[in-house]
Design a protein around this ligand. Structure first.
Ligand SMILES: NC(=O)c1ccc[n+]([C@@H]2O[C@H](COP(=O)([O-])OP(=O)(O)OC[C@H]3O[C@@H](n4cnc5c(N)ncnc54)[C@H](O)[C@@H]3O)[C@@H](O)[C@H]2O)c1
Length: 330
């Protein structure tokens, strides 16, 4: 039996960012009998109110600018919520390598506080949006959900800690949760500091695509709309206390990704320039997503190349409105 969200109130945190905004856009129109309350602090590097423009006028949508670590605010908001879907996070690995303080605050403290408030108010469940990076670098068989945690950068350490905090609350008090661990998402509105937007924006503006190190790092890629379908499926039909990997099996080297972006933009490969590597850069992530496919029937629907082209062209044609002046990453 699935979870009926008709008449319920779903709190979505961090939905002015990339994936959360796509989730809200889909869910608010698909479930008109459900109220969606979004809380986002609008960090300068990730939160954009414009990302919520498609749903701004919908009757079942409400936005609150706020901090998930603000206990008084969250207490007030969560007392009327049935479900929490937590996208809010500091999500940029490069930033975390330089300084992890804000990551510890939002990604661990923020989750801990919401979990405690969730227990207090008896929410139906807490859906944590987590990452394949909790498994750490993977040079062998793709990680299943029961693989050990071995996070290697400060971002993934905080995401793993958040999950462990949820498990601890469940073990002690029976806290109801669901967790998804996703591979790299891409699509329109992705954070400008991430690889595909950086490759596209730099290629268009400066005729160069900066690639870390030797470009041999491998990531698994999923179009954000496939991720949203999987998250909605877990929201409705996922089991309480269950963890689901969400990935496509499409694993490619960063250098190959750069080549494909160049090709889409009609550029020669000579635009690709190697730049000093990220310290401690993991070589490969790979997850086994057979559980969500077999138990919930999810399959990715978008072809990687078509979705990549759509994404690159979106960034190229929206560059002037989305890229803050003076923005530079590599
Ligand atoms: N992007 C990916 O490829 C990917 C892959 C796996 C998992 N995830 C996870 O998915 C979630 C969303 O990722 P994204 O790429 O959309 O991130 P994002 O950085 O684009 O968005 C994060 C949002 O959280 C908000 N936020 C940050 N701190 C907050 C706070 N203290 N209170 C309230 N809001 C706050 C930001 O303003 C922003 O709108 C994150 O939890 C991330 O760890 C992302």
């Amino acid at each position: 039996m699935g979870y009926d969200i008709t008449g319920k109130t779903v709190l979505v945190t961090g939905a002015a960012g990339f994936i959360g905004s796509h989730f809200v856009e889909e869910a608010v129109s698909r479930f008109p009998e459900t109220d969606f309350v979004v809380i986002d602090i609008l960090t300068p590097h990730a939160g954009r109110l414009e990302n919520l423009a498609p749903v701004q006028e919908m009757d079942n949508f409400r936005f609150i600018q706020g901090d998930i670590c603000d206990v008084a605010l969250m207490d007030e908001v969560m007392k009327d919520c049935d479900v929490v879907v937590n996208f809010a996070a500091e999500s940029l690995v490069d930033f975390s390598v330089r300084d992890a303080e804000q990551f510890i605050r939002t990604n661990i403290d923020g989750v801990y506080r919401m979990v405690k408030l969730g227990m207090k108010h008896g929410i139906d469940f807490f859906l944590q949006i987590s990452t394949d990076e909790v498994y750490g670098e993977n040079l062998g068989e793709p990680s299943k959900e029961n693989a050990p945690f071995c996070p290697t950068n400060p971002y993934s350490v905080t995401k793993a800690a958040a999950e462990r905090m949820i498990f601890a609350e469940d073990r002690a008090f029976g806290f109801p949760y669901k967790i998804v661990r996703m591979c790299n998402n891409f699509g329109p509105r992705e954070n400008l500091h991430n690889a595909i937007p950086v490759f596209t924006c730099r290629a268009v503006r400066e005729n160069r695509i900066p690639v870390y190190g030797d470009g041999r790092q491998i990531r698994e890629w999923m179009f954000v709309k496939d991720a949203v379908e999987a998250i909605i499926l877990v929201l409705l039909n996922g089991g309480i206390g269950e963890v689901y990997n969400i990935g496509t099996g499409v694993r490619i080297q960063n250098i190959e990704l750069a080549r494909r972006v160049a090709r889409i933009l009609g550029k020669d490969e000579s635009v690709i320039k190697f730049v000093p590597d990220r310290p401690g850069h993991d070589v490969r992530y790979a997850i086994d997503s057979s559980k969500i496919r077999e138990t919930l029937g999810w399959e990715p629907r978008y072809s990687f190349d078509e979705a990549l082209e759509r994404t690159v062209l979106w960034f190229a044609s929206n560059l002037d409105t989305i890229e803050p002046s003076g923005f530079s990453r590599r």
